[in-house]
Every structure is written in structure tokens, then in C-alpha cells.
Design a protein around this ligand. Structure first.
Ligand code: NOJ
Ligand code: CA
Length: 552
């Protein structure tokens, strides 16, 4: 990478993204459900307190909300529960005034079954919209056309008795897949993209981007060869019985993503982010496109799925860095709205180490709302569950990850909403008051202060933002320690993470100063050759400019 390229890095390559979950973020009108005005009222927190650069808003389009808005019944309008188009305009304007970017969800793979397109499509075999969705005859002996299983459980095929055919739904029965092989579908969906970019969105996060094209012959998926590798994805057991090779990731998907990218490039400075499932790094890198004409930022989900183990993480990060083509840039997350929260998965101490890892790697970090407070999964009684993935076919609810943002230690409902607690979108965390923003702000030992500090150190450090990455094989380092350096011309940082619960001593051959530690009680800041890491401690070391001369 040349110095010039570094200076011209685009905004999304310098940014920290915040994943907001609209119904759980802040309720602006007292009905118990978060909304766009609530998000507008939270922008000072995001830009000034936390210091992030972009907000990925989550779906807010017309929807029956069976899959918290990923089931869209009208693409060009705001779901009334969340506000109005004017509220979206206000959000964009208020965000831009604070130099914050707004990224919207773009859900091109499926609609709600309530979408007028699907209502028309299912009405008769000869309807002009019939082919906008994927309709197939029953298999020769009867039953579904093939063996594909859905992420929400059961078959992906639902029989529509009225017309005697099955339609495809990769997720809920109420989420029919669109047929991207039909040019009218492609042009309508590219129109949706233009609609939101014209309205001021700074970019899109493309939902299940790898699924837009399926095997045109609809061949059966083979049975699973090995046990499910991905223990961090909340997947339905039915989904895990087969290798999902024909129902997604058909090579034609790259053509679609290039078309999407072309539309994004019709506008200045807009970003396309692809949600793609975890996959081998060379296959992941293909989503950048052959000439970097695919998506700008493909999510590196393999990292979320890596066990919390220093050797495994080190290997995967090497894989990620090695596979990233010159001039390309990844987007990273260690948790999201579909997974267990970090504080639950790793425990509160290692969740702090995870924050340091996420915010010191090469790639655009994405922080899930509430993770900056150490919010943990909150069991949700069945009667109050919202996620229909858990309803019909015995799936696992993702609601525990999606409970309301705890703003205040003293206000009712943690300051999330004025509504009656029984009317809240989801129940509020039992970790209140400790987990609230007001409890943590200015407490040097809090998770919030750690995130703020890490984000601000990253912002000021060219090495952490866009420098080179190299894993350091610390001599004699115990297996639960991960060490790497980030380097730019005049800025050199070393990051040492203790993923274990025992104190460790490392010989690193660097001199410098600890600029952030995950252990609030750390007192020794100067490093000379030896780094003492406490239990569960990660540190970012600012290496002295003349350190290398001393160690030759
Ligand atoms: C991926 C989204 O992250 C998830 O929440 C949703 O259920 C599916 N796509 C279907 O849209
Ligand atoms: Ca509301």
C-alpha cells in the first residue's frame, strides 16, 4: 500500500460502525417500541459520547414485523410503528450535522408475504408477477420440489393450494424469496436501492447477499459431511442437517452484486456492505469482485464463529489479512443481532478483551448496540417473544440478544421508554442499574469508558486505523496469549491479549507505553522488554520510536 492510497482511504475504511436495533434502542413516543425519533434523540450519545462514525439503522420499512422488519411489505416507506419518511429525512439531516453516516438495511432476497408483489404472484399462475417469486411444481411423487431446509426450520417450500405449486422461502414461511433471475425483479430492487440512496442514506448493508442466486436446476443439497462447525450461529437444527451448497452462493450471485455496486457508485461516497455467511477466506474474498467491482465491505463472519482461543483466532486473522486483495478492506464484527451477545458468550472480563481485539484489527469494526455496556443476553418468556424464527417450527429465539438499550439507572424502564413495562417491545435487562449508560459514564472501570477510550485511541492512531498487521510469535508466550503489531510510517502499536484467566509474562523485545488496558487496576505503564499481563488483560502498547535500535 502506498502512502497516497492511505491518504485517500474512504470514510468507511476509517469508520467505526454502530449496529442499532431500532425497536430496542429508544422509544420516542411512549408506545414501548423504539423508533426513528428515538434514534434521532440518541445521536449525541453516538457521536459525542461513544465517538462512532456511522450508524447501521436496521430495517424500518413497512412490515408485519415477524422477523423484526426483515419481512418487508413496502420497500419505499417507513413502518408507521417506527415513524415516517419525514422522520428518516430528519435522521439523515441530524446525523450529517454531526458528521455521522447513516447506513440502511437493504433486503433484496425476500419480501413479506403481505407485499403486494407476492399477493399478486400467489393469486394465479398467469399473473404478471408470478415469476417474481420462485414457484415450482411438487416433486414427481408429490411433496416439496427438493430437500432444501430453511434457516427458520422445516422445508424452504410452502404449498399454495390455490395454484397447486410450492413457493420458496429461505427463512420464514411468511418471507417468500424473490426471483433475481427475472430482470423485472432486478430492476425493481435496484430501484429500491436508488430510492434510499437518493434520500440521503450513506450506504447499505445487504441482507444475506450470498443468497440472491440459487442453483437454477434446484438440485438437492447433500447431507452434512461434518458436525456443524458454527456453534456461535443460532441456527435451527433442521438447517444443520445438510450442506447448503445449492440453495445459496451460486456463482451468478457475483453478477448481481456487481449490478448493485454499480448503482451504489451512481452516488458519491456511498458504501455497500454485504452480510455473507462465514466461509473459507478465499471464497469470502471473491465478494470484493474480480476488479474490486463487487461490494465494498464483505462481513468477515468467519471471525465471529472462531472459538475464543488465541491460536485459532491468530490463524483466522492471518487468513483474513492474507486473503484481502490489494486495495480492498474488510468489515468486522464479533457479535450481531443474530448471535449470542459477547458478554454472555465470553463472560464480562473476556468481553473487554474482545472489545480491544475488534477495535485494533485492520478492518472496519462494527459494534452491536449495548455491547459497549457489557449488556448480556436476557431470557425472554415465551409469551413475550417477538422473533417468529422461534415460533412455528421449534427454532431458537434471537430475542435475548435484542432487549432494550439501558440508558438510565434511575428512569423507568432504564430510560428506554415511558410505556408500561408489560408493553415494552422486549423486557428490559435485569443488569440494571449497573449496565446503564448513566451508571458507567465517567467510571474509569466501566465497559463504556473502555469502548470510548479504544475508539478514541483508534481514531488518533494511523497504525490502528489503517496500518499493516503482523502477528508476533512472542517467544515463550503461553498458548492463550495473542500478540500482533499494527504499523504505519511513524506510528507503531503492539496489542497483547490474554485470553486466559492466569497472569502471564511476555518477552516482547519492545519498549513503549501502555495506552489502553482492559484492566482498570493496571498501574505499570512503561514497558521495557517484558510485558506483564494480568488475568483476562489486553493491552495496546505505543512502541517508542527508537525501540528497535535498542533491541538489535
Ligand atoms: C439476516 C438477518 O441478519 C437476520 O436477522 C434475518 O432474520 C435474516 N437475514 C432474514 O432476513
Ligand atoms: Ca415508539
Amino acid at each position: 500500500m502506498t502512502a497516497d492510497m492511505r491518504q485517500t482511504r474512504r470514510w468507511w475504511e476509517r469508520a467505526v460502525i454502530y449496529e442499532n436495533h431500532l425497536p430496542s434502542f429508544r422509544d420516542g413516543n411512549g408506545d414501548g417500541i423504539g423508533d426513528l425519533p428515538g434514534l434521532v434523540a440518541s445521536l449525541d450519545y453516538l457521536s459525542e459520547v461513544l465517538g462512532v462514525d456511522a450508524v447501521w439503522v436496521g430495517p424500518f420499512f413497512r412490515s408485519p414485523l415477524l422477523d423484526h422488519g426483515y419481512d418487508i411489505s413496502g420497500y419505499d416507506d417507513v413502518e408507521p410503528v417506527y415513524g415516517t419518511l419525514a422522520d428518516f429525512d430528519t435522521l439523515v439531516e441530524a446525523a450529517h450535522r454531526r458528521q455521522l453516516k447513516i447506513i440502511v438495511d437493504y433486503v433484496p432476497n425476500h419480501t413479506s408475504d403481505q407485499h403486494p408483489w407476492f399477493v399478486a404472484s400467489r393469486s394465479s399462475r398467469t399473473n404478471a408477477k408470478r415469476d417474481w417469486y420462485v414457484w415450482r411444481d411438487p416433486a414427481p411423487g408429490g411433496g416439496p420440489p427438493n430437500n432444501w431446509t430453511s434457516e427458520a426450520g422445516g422445508s424452504v417450500w410452502e404449498f399454495a393450494a390455490g395454484t397447486g405449486q410450492y413457493y420458496l422461502h429461505s427463512h420464514l414461511v411468511e418471507q417468500p424469496d424473490l426471483n433475481w433471475r427475472n430482470p423485472h425483479v432486478a430492476s425493481a430492487l435496484l430501484g429500491v436501492l436508488r430510492f434510499w440512496l437518493r434520500r440521503g442514506a450513506d450506504g447499505v448493508r445487504i441482507d444475506v447477499a450470498h443468497m440472491l442466486m440459487k442453483d437454477p436446476e434446484f438440485r438437492d443439497n447433500p447431507p452434512r459431511r461434518s458436525p456443524l462447525a458454527n456453534r456461535y450461529d443460532i441456527q435451527h437444527p433442521d438447517f444443520a442437517v445438510q450442506e447448503h451448497v445449492h440453495d445459496r452462493r451460486h456463482p451468478d450471485v457475483f453478477g448481481v452484486l456487481t449490478e448493485i455496486r454499480r448503482v451504489v457508485d451512481e452516488f458519491d461516497e456511498r458504501v455497500s456492505i454485504a452480510e455473507i455467511e462465514g466461509m473459507p477466506w478465499d471464497e469470502w474474498a471473491a465478494y470484493f469482485g474480480r476488479n474490486l467491482d463487487g461490494v465494498h465491505l464483505p462481513f468477515a463472519f468467519r471471525l465471529i464463529e472462531t472459538p475464543w482461543d488465541a491460536a485459532a483466532l491468530g490463524r483466522e486473522i492471518d487468513g483474513l489479512v492474507g486473503a484481502t486483495p490489494p486495495g480492498a478492506w474488510p468489515v468486522l464484527a464479533l457479535g450481531n443481532h443474530d448471535r449470542q451477545r459477547l458478554a454472555t458468550r465470553l463472560g464480562p472480563r473476556q468481553a473487554r478483551v474482545a472489545a480491544m481485539l475488534l477495535l485494533s484489527l485492520p478492518g472496519t469494526p462494527t459494534v452491536l448496540y449495548g455491547d459497549e455496556l457489557g449488556l448480556a443476553d436476557q431470557p425472554v418468556p415465551e409469551a413475550r417473544q417477538r422473533d417468529h424464527f422461534a415460533r412455528r417450527k421449534g427454532g431458537i429465539s434471537r430475542d435475548p440478544t435484542r432487549t432494550p438499550m439501558p440508558w438510565s439507572a434511575t428512569a423507568p424502564n432504564g430510560g428506554f421508554s415511558d410505556a408500561d413495562p408489560d408493553d415494552l417491545w422486549l423486557p428490559i435487562s435485569v443488569q440494571l442499574p449497573a449496565v446503564a449508560v448513566t451508571s458507567q459514564l465517567n467510571d474509569p472501570a466501566s465497559m463504556l469508558e473502555l469502548y470510548r477510550h479504544l475508539i478514541s485511541v483508534r481514531r488518533k492512531s494511523p497504525a490502528l486505523r489503517h496500518g499493516t498487521y503482523r502477528r508476533i510469535d512472542a517467544s515463550g508466550a503461553p498458548p492463550d496469549v495473542l500478540v500482533y503489531e499494527r504499523r504505519d510510517a511513524a506510528d507503531h502499536k503492539v496489542v497483547a491479549l490474554n485470553l486466559g484467566a492466569d497472569a502471564r509474562i511476555l518477552h516482547l523485545a519492545v519498549d513503549g507505553a501502555v495506552v489502553v488496558s482492559t484492566r482498570p487496576e493496571r498501574s505499570a505503564n512503561r514497558i521495557a522488554d517484558i510485558v506483564e499481563l494480568g488475568a483476562d488483560e489486553g493491552v495496546v502498547i505505543d512502541v517508542d520510536p527508537d525501540s528497535e535500535e535498542h533491541h538489535q
